[in-house]
Design a protein around this ligand. Structure first.
Ligand SMILES: NC(=O)c1ccc[n+]([C@@H]2O[C@H](COP(=O)([O-])OP(=O)(O)OC[C@H]3O[C@@H](n4cnc5c(N)ncnc54)[C@H](OP(=O)(O)O)[C@@H]3O)[C@@H](O)[C@H]2O)c1
Length: 245
């Protein structure tokens, strides 16, 4: 679809992959609306002049997400693209002290429940547009999990399967549902861990290309290889990913 003049909402547009996607969307002359949690980062982004709107919301709070989505539907009846990019990862074992009912709820709500609620409330707006798109950012870990971050892997696996079912449901409508599966990317989320990390602007580029193009499932970088290995030899893929810790 054409991005020039299109209204695009992206969650987590203040950092990492989301921040680079905002820049590319602005270059395409899209009108970008950003949702994130940190008001200071939103203010900085607004001051840079790259965005057309900013909304502060903790996506881990489902009630706040529904209220936000209802407000967005009123404020932006011309919304064409929803990019569910915000996410967080607690890189811990499931039985460690760091994994508590609260951290589990926070990760589940932010990574899985918030995208579902935003999509559900904004669907009537999107379906009215001649062309529209929903982009869900998952990860290669949605194909094959690593050992730590079990909750993260579970939330992203859930978002992947949800996206597949949504694609079935949206057949014959004006909305395309797209899944982006990045590899390890050099952002604050992976600070201090991982090697050979992909630059976030490369993932942003794939997101923008996917919206403009026709693919509904985009394996980025090493995730392409992981996809093939997991199909040809699921056991080998499990062993490789398990070694990542
Ligand atoms: N980095 C990787 O290696 C990698 C690999 C595969 C997939 N991904 C996925 O790519 C997406 C972007 O990740 P990233 O690496 O760019 O992360 P990042 O640099 O840590 O940025 C995360 C963004 O999400 C927002 N966010 C997080 N929790 C939020 C909450 N509860 N409410 C509102 N906003 C929230 C943050 O906003 P605030 O700063 O305001 O909190 C920030 O803008 C995520 O979905 C992630 O799972 C990342």
């Amino acid at each position: 679809m054409e991005l020039h003049g299109a209204k695009v909402l992206i969650t987590g547009g203040t950092s990492g992959i989301g921040r680079k996607t905002v820049d590319l969307l602005a270059k395409e002359n899209a009108n970008v609306i950003v949702v994130a949690r940190d008001q200071h980062k939103l203010d900085r982004l607004w001051a840079e002049g790259a965005i057309a709107g900013a909304y502060c919301c903790d996506l881990a709070d489902p009630q706040a997400v529904v209220l936000l989505a209802e407000k967005l539907a009123v404020d932006h009846p011309d919304l064409q693209v929803l990019i569910n990019n915000a996410g967080l990862q607690h890189n811990v074992g499931f039985d460690e002290d760091a994994s508590t009912p609260q951290t589990i709820r926070e990760e589940l709500n932010t990574n899985l429940l918030a995208p579902l609620l935003l999509i559900r409330v904004l669907l009537p707006t999107l379906v009215k547009q001649t062309q529209a798109a929903i982009v869900n950012v998952t990860t290669g870990l949605a194909l094959v999990p690593k050992t730590s971050s079990a909750v993260y892997c579970g939330t992203k696996g859930g978002l992947r399967i949800f996206t597949k079912a949504l694609q079935n449901q949206l057949e014959g409508t004006s909305i395309r549902a797209i899944e982006i599966l990045p590899p390890v990317v050099d952002t604050p989320m992976t600070a201090g861990r991982g090697t050979n990390k992909m630059a976030p602007d490369k993932v942003a580029n794939e997101i923008v290309h996917a919206i403009k193009g026709k693919r509904d499932e985009v394996f980025v970088g090493k995730t392409k290889l992981l996809h093939w290995v997991s199909r040809l030899s699921p056991g080998m893929a499990r062993r490789i990913m398990k070694r990542l810790g």
